[in-house]
Design a protein around this ligand. Structure first.
Ligand code: NAG
Ligand code: NAG
Ligand code: NAG
Ligand code: NAG
Length: 540
């Protein structure tokens, strides 16, 4: 965890400004201006201030969300820099509203006067407090919001289309506009540049912003984007019901999933020339589960081999999800982190699909995957596509705005395959009729080998991105070449990123590897030498 030092803070303060209670110290003025927002900040009829408090570096913070599924939004222990914390309630319609927070650092002016908005995850519902904490410690006034409902669940959508609208895009847009007003109120001046960063559902939010309201952000960073949203939600149940046969009893045990992951790595890890538990390019990996088929008379207990049914299931995992008339809907899972993939194959049907169909699409609490999920239901979902949540449009608005989009996706993402980001990129090429050299002006995509879903992984996964900060060792600060610093350079200095620097760590938190990940459509290519060193890799 990040170190905090109250003793240093007090010692330094006592030396430079005794008596300590002087009301004219800069930090006091900032804290007064901050708490004053409770009275002074009322930008419109829709917004009310719930909390305005100064939190000095090192102070404790408790996640204010009372929804148990939001516990993961705050794994940090203490505040990383002096901030003004504002918690707001913003009404979006007569039946909906957003709870948002904005953490505004005391050193904002010296640090570049930047605003940033963070994203949500899953069906969330949860403010990414760890992202707020880290990004505000980098000097950005950083906002987050609950996406129009509390918790990582779809229940609040039931018969409340305005709440679905908030989830699709309006909570983000509203919170961004209000957040910028709060910045102006506290610092008596507007931000210079505005950024967005989010992963997974947050990645979809970033793409949504890039497609529909790019004027709000000079730079958008969208990771592991869950766009093609309806088909993504359907895909979980497609594989659960039609590949795994309802998965009751489970098709593979946890031990068997781990064995299959090891076999998948065994088959594909070496293709790139290095055996390092990282499949550098999953596009080259064609798995053969038949290698684990039991010979007659053998079984898992005797030989750690799989039945024909299990082998068939595994083969289907990597095949695409096709709909009626053979329409492509969603790519199959990617290789290399099958223990993560296994999370979609619990004995009960995937909750994301159930919630999405029941509460957002159909308003029918009796709907079940077992009885009602089929390819016609999928067509219906795509017809409804509430508030264009599919997020599949081109980027002509972004291009016209002059703003920038950087996407990335972990090539070891066993939850949400990186192929969906490859496909979105290529669809933009086709829809806009622009080759990569021209998309490069405003849209760059970086596949990140060795990165799992948003955070962690076997390779140089740490790229200073959303949802990564608490998982990185305490010694890691935002590195040169990370996605955030790269985006700032692109926006503010006009220097576009050619590669994104990732770092990997040993289990005890020491730097193990560094890699400069290549820009799509180039691939990380092993040149020889120590594979943990950045110079051992090129792009081709
Ligand atoms: C923060 O919380 C920890 C654990 O509850 C406690 O030991 C510590 O004294 C608190 N620090 C402050 C500054 O309140
Ligand atoms: C937010 O405002 C709405 C509308 O005034 C109100 O119904 C709701 O209770 C408020 N929520 C909180 C957490 O204050
Ligand atoms: C599939 O083909 C049938 C018959 O041509 C057509 O009526 C239907 O609309 C098609 N469905 C989709 C999803 O394209
Ligand atoms: C979805 O997008 C289309 C095309 O931009 C637009 O015409 C339509 O109004 C949008 N629908 C909703 C519900 O926002």
């Amino acid at each position: 965890m990040k170190s905090t030092s109250y003793s240093n803070l007090f010692t330094a303060a006592a030396v430079v400004s005794f008596p300590f209670t002087s009301a004219s110290t800069p930090s006091n003025k900032f804290s007064n201006r901050c708490s004053g927002l409770l009275q002074s900040f009322h930008p419109d009829q829709q917004t009310s201030v719930l909390v305005a408090e100064f939190l000095p570096k090192g102070s404790n913070f408790t996640n204010p969300s009372n929804h148990p599924s939001c516990a993961g939004g705050w794994l940090g222990s203490s505040i990383l820099s002096d901030i003004c914390r504002l918690r707001l309630n913003v009404t979006t319609s007569s039946t909906s509203g957003v709870i948002m927070e904005i953490w505004m650092p005391a050193n904002w002016e010296q640090k570049g006067k930047r605003f940033s908005m963070t994203g949500n995850g899953g069906l969330g519902g949860c403010i990414a407090f760890d992202d707020l904490n880290f990004i505000s410690s980098q000097g950005f006034a950083t906002a987050g919001h609950n996406n129009g409902h509390d918790g990582d669940t779809g229940v609040p959508f039931f018969n409340r289309p305005e709440v679905v609208k908030d989830f699709a895009y309006r909570a983000l847009l509203t919170a961004t506009k209000v957040g910028k007003k709060a910045v102006k109120q506290l610092y008596s001046q507007s931000h210079r540049k505005s950024y967005f960063l989010g992963c997974s559902s947050g990645g979809r939010q970033g793409l949504k912003a890039a497609q529909d309201f790019p004027e709000e952000y000079d730079g958008i960073i969208a990771g592991a984007a869950g766009n093609n949203w309806n088909n993504l939600m359907s895909s979980f149940s497609y594989y659960w019901k039609f590949a795994a046969g309802g998965n009751n009893p489970p098709v593979l045990t946890a031990e068997q999933w781990a064995a299959w992951r090891d076999e998948a790595l065994n088959q594909c890890d070496g293709i790139d020339g290095v055996r390092d538990l990282v499949i550098e390019d999953p596009r080259k990996c064609k798995l053969r589960p038949e290698s684990k088929l039991c010979a007659p008379g053998k079984n898992w207990a005797s030989d750690r081999c799989f039945t024909t049914a299990q082998v068939t299931f595994i083969r289907k995992l990597y095949e695409p999800f096709y709909g009626n008339n053979g329409t492509f809907l969603f790519p199959g899972f990617g290789p290399g982190d099958e223990t993560l993939t296994s999370l979609w194959f619990a004995t009960t049907a995937p909750q994301f699909t159930v919630d999405w169909y029941r509460y957002a699409l159909l308003n029918d609490e009796t709907w079940t995957v077992e009885a009602n999920f089929n390819l016609d239901a999928v067509d219906n979902a795509n017809r409804i596509d509430p508030y264009n949540i599919s997020t599949l449009k081109d980027l002509s608005k972004l291009k016209a705005s002059g703003h920038k989009l950087l996407t990335y996706h972990g090539l070891g993402d066993g939850l949400l395959t990186s192929e969906t980001s490859d496909r979105y990129y290529e669809s933009v090429v086709r829809m806009m009729g622009l080759p990569s050299a021209q998309l490069d002006e405003f849209y760059r995509y970086f596949p990140i080998s060795g990165l799992s879903h948003c955070s962690l992984g076997n390779g140089a996964w740490y790229i200073g991105a959303a949802n990564q900060y608490v998982a990185a060792p305490a010694t890691t600060t935002d590195p040169e070449g990370s996605v955030l610093t790269s985006m700032v350079k692109w926006v503010e200095q006009g220097i576009p990123p050619e590669r994104i620097t990732g770092r990997g760590f040993t289990t005890d938190g020491k730097l193990a590897s560094t890699k400069d990940h290549c820009k799509w459509p180039l691939r990380n290519t092993y040149l020889g030498g120590n594979s943990n060193k950045r110079n051992s890799w090129g792009c081709s």
